[in-house]
Design a protein around this ligand. Structure first.
Ligand code: ZN
Length: 918
């Protein structure tokens, strides 16, 4: 005790002394505060120093500080600027873009936008008009910074660039602004940035810390990369899931920028990377991009050389996935350019060569790149406007690659799902149509790659012609299977074989109709004639329909995904809710499996107004609730009092988070519970002090399972529902864990026949084939019975061999493939799913369900062709098997060969004679 007190006193005493000077090495910190030496600035424009109390790029400014600068500059320099708020984050921070250009351009911004609209749609523009617009419009460059909140340098670079462009007196800047409309989006992820800036502040010491492993540079879970829900906004351009992205995409769509910069940070021990990317490059990237990226890169490299800065292009920078900000812009006819700068969060970091890279020097790289790119845009403005026009023209060409292709999405009673899908395409600027009658189309391909001739599409089918101004982007979003060139494929295989790693940087499978779970076809032809432009259906105004004299129950049709949301919200509002496990029909109305029921009897003690609560809930979701008076189901269909309407228990959900958990997986679960379902739930840390009895559902996101398995066993035995995601599922499925009879594949390689038998029984059930009736009613013992395991007990390679094969195949598996999966449509977990479900699979474990274990979804799908049993009641030939997990699309090859379904269809099954699996 005495020692502790003495130490405490000593500490207090020390704090009162002036700080010791920093170690000499830190005197070497190079502050690049004067980014443009010799420039004269207008005194009417306040500096960052005068506004914030520190020089630009001395350290990371907060979102509020950046906003303060933007507003001050907008007020001080109306002759050069317009400030536009384009969205608000979940945490209510505004997102802005600032237009900086010459007064002559500011005076005609509407006309510039209208001109770019015409240039962007060559169908509306004669060649002469296009020439005129190309000659007279200014260029538009969009500079975006810090979409990953912990890559802070970008936003501080944006302040430097903005101040320079707004305040500089020199002729070069004036000339630039005459010819270019510069749009600066200084902070694309304010919530993430402020979260990270707070982490920096928490770990800031009295002296600079140059160790890049320190929390002051790295932060801690959940870091600053994602937005409020921890989503990676630099993957969201394709999906527009978040307000930050939706606002930006809408704004960029209006401005048709010819240059789009996306400035990031990367590992602190790196240098600086900028575009162009290396292969694989998505084949839908417009042709002009590669040529122009070279031009921009040459100028950018010269600018870096002048400042003696190091940089590289290519290496790991590829452009396969189309959802990156810069890549997305390139499909639209812009030259998208990525910057990646060695990250420094504060002060500086020590580099491998011994020197210290300061924060301002890190910022400087983005500044030099931004100014170099703007200069290139100015110098080639006319050609880049023509490139935009020609890109759009190429997408519309009658003999182009997109001319004879139309995507068709089948109508569905799942109104909200189809509406969300259409709304996404509309945000992107894609044109949609609807079939006004049934349409016969000569050739089509479905999502499994099966070809059809003379397919009839129902009236109401959504039709999306690929031949439209944004055809490149549309193809990248919807087409089945873009392919690497043979040379890239060979390189990738070599890399995998020699180094055991892929050259592909990111996910290799995406497809919008599949990800939305919508049935779609690709038609080999132009847009049919019997169509009208799509218009979003009005919000369902129905509320509560029908008012019988006595209301027994309210029913919300399960055909719409939002019925699940309705169930969740009704329970949150204190109602008892049932869900139908089968389709049913009450009072002449059909309802889908999964429909939600609120009965008067169950809720007789509800303190509020039952009808009003149901009405309010369905109306806020755009659904309808049907009031029914009679609970007698039609024919054999369920009656209201029977066992097919299961009362739901109100979920009391805990989601495990923090260190060890994938923040993006945690964020996605959080988003669904919070934004989509509207269920209150707790975020938990596994500190060992939790009272788990408060929860009846616990969710373990990707990554954390192993540390939790022991703690949760008793809780599960007591009836808790455990949801384990991805790799976390491994911890609960091993033999040792004793949680379940489900096993990870590697654990059962020596016992595959048992699992095959389970699949075989499912398959026999699926075929609904019974022996001929006369053999059933013979009243005699059947001597020739063939037992199912005889069909599956063939010779299997031994476990050692299977492990070797598994490891070899794993080497070539892509990081992200869409697999065809078959759904048990009788299982409650699969409400809302059809028989076939595309599932996005990456590095998750493959789980094996033995006999007697429910497997709501299995990889692979069943063909309708099967062999009936012979007179003795046994299969006449070994039956076809379920197709093993069949890749639906884009098995690119991050770690694995690229082989699509088309290639495997019709190939004989190697193990089963006469097999027709495809
Ligand atoms: Zn980044």
């Amino acid at each position: 005790m005495a020692i502790a007190c003495a130490l405490a006193l000593a500490t207090v005493g020390a704090a009162a002394q002036p700080l010791a000077p920093p170690p000499t090495e830190l005197n070497d910190l190079r502050l690049v505060r004067d980014f443009f030496p010799g420039t004269t600035y207008r005194s009417s424009v306040p500096t960052v120093q005068s506004l914030l109390g520190f020089p630009a790029a001395a350290h990371a400014a907060t979102a509020a500080e950046i906003e303060k600068c933007l507003k001050a500059w907008a007020a001080a320099a109306p002759d050069r600027t317009r400030l536009v708020e384009y969205a608000r984050t979940y945490e209510q921070r505004p997102l802005y873009y600032m237009i900086v250009t010459a007064p002559t351009n500011l005076a005609r911004l509407d006309a510039i936008q209208a001109g770019l609209d015409k240039l962007g749609d060559p169908r509306t523009t004669t060649a002469a008009e296009a020439d005129e617009l190309i000659a007279t419009l200014p260029a538009v460059g969009w500079l975006g910074y810090t979409i990953h909140g912990d890559e802070t340098e970008g936003s501080d670079a944006a302040l430097v660039v903005l101040y320079h462009l707004i305040a500089a007196e020199d002729a070069a800047v004036r000339q630039l602004l005459e010819e270019v409309v510069v749009i600066v989006d200084p902070l694309m992820n304010p919530d993430g940035r402020d979260r990270f800036v707070k982490m920096i502040a928490e770990h800031r010491g009295a002296h600079p810390n140059v160790d890049d492993q320190s929390l002051v540079h790295d932060g801690y879970w959940p870091y600053g990369r994602g937005n409020h829900y921890l989503f990676d906004l630099n993957r969201d351009s394709l999906w527009c899931a978040h307000p930050e992205t939706r606002g930006r995409i809408r704004a960029m769509t209006r401005w048709h920028p010819q240059l789009v910069v996306d400035a990031h940070g990367m590992g602190s021990q790196e240098t600086h990377l900028f575009s162009p990317p290396r292969e694989p490059i998505n084949p839908n990237i417009p042709a002009g991009r590669a040529r122009w990226a070279e031009v921009f890169a040459r100028d950018q490299a010269q600018a870096f050389d002048r400042h003696q800065l190091l940089y590289y292009t290519g290496e790991w920078h590829e452009e396969w996935y189309p959802g990156y900000t810069d890549g997305w812009a390139s499909y639209r006819g812009a030259i998208g350019i990525l910057y990646e700068q060695a990250r420094v969060a504060e002060d500086g970091v020590r580099r491998p060569e011994g020197r210290i890279l300061s924060y301002s020097e890190s910022v400087q790289h983005h500044v030099v790149g931004s100014l170099a790119n703007l200069a290139t845009l100015k110098n080639h403005g006319r050609d880049l406007r023509r490139n935009l026009y020609e890109t759009r023209r190429a997408a519309l060409a009658a003999d182009g690659p997109y001319a004879r292709r139309t995507f068709a999405v089948a109508p569905t009673p799942n109104r909200s799902r189809l509406k969300d899908f259409a709304a996404l395409l509309e945000i992107q600027g894609i044109e949609l149509f609807v079939a006004t009658t049934n349409l016969a189309v000569p050739q089509a391909t479905d999502q499994l790659g099966r070809a059809y001739t003379n397919l009839t599409l129902a009236a109401g089918t959504l039709l999306i012609p690929n031949r439209q101004p944004l055809g490149h982007l549309l193809a990248a979003m919807l087409e089945f299977d873009p392919r690497f060139s043979p040379a890239v494929l060979a390189d990738e295989r070599t890399e995998l074989l020699r180094k055991g790693r892929s050259r592909v940087y990111d996910v290799t499978a995406w497809n919008l109709t599949m990800m939305y779970g919508l049935e779609a076809h690709t038609l080999s032809g132009a847009l049919p004639e019997a169509v009208r432009p799509y218009a979003a259906p009005p919000a369902d105004p129905r509320g509560v329909l029908r008012e019988p004299t006595v209301t027994t129950a309210y029913v919300i049709d399960g055909a719409d995904d939002l019925s699940v949301t309705a169930a969740a919200r009704l329970m949150e509002r204190g109602l008892q809710v049932c869900v139908a496990e089968k389709p049913f029909r009450f009072e002449e109305t059909d309802f889908a499996r999964g429909s939600v029921l609120v009965t008067a009897l169950d809720n007789r003690h509800f303190a509020g107004d039952l009808r009003q609560t149901v009405r309010h809930t369905v109306e806020e979701l755009g659904l309808s609730g049907i009031a029914i008076g009679a609970g007698l189901g039609a024919g054999d269909l369920p009656d209201l009092g029977g066992s097919h309407f299961q009362r739901l228990e109100r979920p009391r959900i805990g989601v495990f988070g923090r260190e060890g958990v994938s923040s993006t997986d945690f964020g996605a679960i959080w988003y669904v519970l919070d934004q989509y379902l509207g269920i209150r739930h707790a975020h938990l840390d596994n500190s060992g002090r939790l009272d788990l009895d408060r929860y009846n559902v616990l969710v373990v996101p990707e990554g954390r399972g192993a540390s939790l398995a022991a703690n949760l066993k008793d809780w599960v035995k007591a009836g808790g529902t455990l949801v384990a995601i991805g790799s976390s599922a491994n911890a609960f499925t091993t033999e040792k864990a004793l949680f379940s009879r489900v096993r990870p594949l590697p654990e059962v390689l020596g016992r595959l026949a048992d699992y095959e038998l389970a699949i075989f029984r499912e398959w026999l059930g699926h075929t609904k084939a019974v022996p001929p009736a006369e053999t059933v009613w013979t009243h005699k013992a059947m001597p020739n019975v063939v037992y199912p395991w005889q069909a599956v007990d063939g010779p299997h390679p031994d476990e050692k061999e299977l492990k070797k094969r598994d490891a070899w195949q794993n080497l070539f598996m892509p990081q992200g493939a869409l697999l065809a999966s078959r759904v048990d449509t009788n299982h409650w977990l699969t409400v809302g799913c059809g028989e076939l479900l595309p599932t996005l699979v990456s590095r998750q474990p493959v789980l094996m369900a033995a006999e007697g274990v429910d497997a709501p979804i299995r990889y692979g799908y069943l063909t309708p062709t099967f062999v009936v049993t012979n007179a003795a009641g046994s299969p006449s030939a070994p039956p076809p098997r379920p197709n093993p997990a069949v890749p639906l699309t884009k098995r690119s090859r991050t770690r694995r060969t690229r082989k699509n379904l088309h290639a495997s269809a019709g190939a004989p099954c190697p193990r089963v004679p006469n097999c027709t699996c495809a």
